[in-house]
Design a protein around this ligand. Sequence first.
Ligand SMILES: NC(=O)c1ccc[n+]([C@@H]2O[C@H](COP(=O)([O-])OP(=O)(O)OC[C@H]3O[C@@H](n4cnc5c(N)ncnc54)[C@H](OP(=O)(O)O)[C@@H]3O)[C@@H](O)[C@H]2O)c1
Length: 283
Amino acid sequence: MAAVKACNILITGANRGLGLETVKQLLENSCQKHIFATCRDPDGPKSEALRELARKHPSVITIIRLDVDDPCSIKESAKKVGSLLGNNGLNLLVNNAAIVARGTIHTSRVEDMKNTFNTNVIGPLLIIREYLQYLQTAAKASGTPGMSCNKAAVINISSVAGSMTRKPSNHIQSTVLPYSMSKAGFNTLTVLAAEELKADEILCMALHPGWVKTELGGEKEWSASGSGLGFDSTRDIISLGVAIFVCHYCCVTICSEACGCDTDWCDFSLLHTWCCYIHPLLL
Ligand SMILES: NC(=O)c1ccc[n+]([C@@H]2O[C@H](COP(=O)([O-])OP(=O)(O)OC[C@H]3O[C@@H](n4cnc5c(N)ncnc54)[C@H](OP(=O)(O)O)[C@@H]3O)[C@@H](O)[C@H]2O)c1
């Protein structure tokens, strides 16, 4: 993983899948940091691997209870983290936790649509709201102009399944309609938050990890034609994610100019940057 110099980092859904792997890889990085690894059931069996990691790195990892579906839990977590942060604030907030629900126009259940929207869109919005004060503190404390994930940033782990522009060429959305619709909402939240948080010099962006074999990702890639990104290891994805992260700010302007997009954000600018510029270079 490229060096992430952010000091205070919070990740949701850190007990398994991509969230847990992100915590592991951040640990490999030599920079001084503190990781608030949040999950909804810190004492439960699904958090054993995270607890083990925290036991090995007690001065770096603090496990915090945060149920993305529960506004009270979000508020309580923010109070707890706030009391531990000190004057430097929170540099990096990673909205990673999500759920998937399958279904098509014909088969999607109302309950699944409500649940995915709640966990994948409303929860992250409330998290950004509750943690904003700490991100603002970090942005001010950095003393450097501009935006960076080492200064103050919100990273939303999204999916191509929520992309508008890729819909005709990518049929995965049609089989995970509730998830797709929620990720489209999540992308919109990212764009609007980026706009609103710009004044505070807080970077806000979405990241599509590609298919990864996790509980959510499943044993096989959803789309027969593939997402087009072609990665199957969490490690590759995270390294790539950080690389894109770094490239993002340099590339997005070039991308929008060269592609004739109206704005820096297109529909899902990071994905756009990736598809137009970075991925072709690796083929
Ligand atoms: N894997 C892929 O192929 C893929 C592709 C595109 C995008 N993504 C995105 O990557 C992110 C991580 O996915 P993943 O593949 O790592 O999924 P995963 O292995 O299923 O892990 C999901 C995580 O989210 C947590 N979570 C779910 N609901 C929660 C809630 N209400 N409160 C707190 N935590 C909650 C889970 O905690 P519990 O253990 O408590 O359930 C778990 O830690 C997601 O945003 C997903 O949309 C993944």
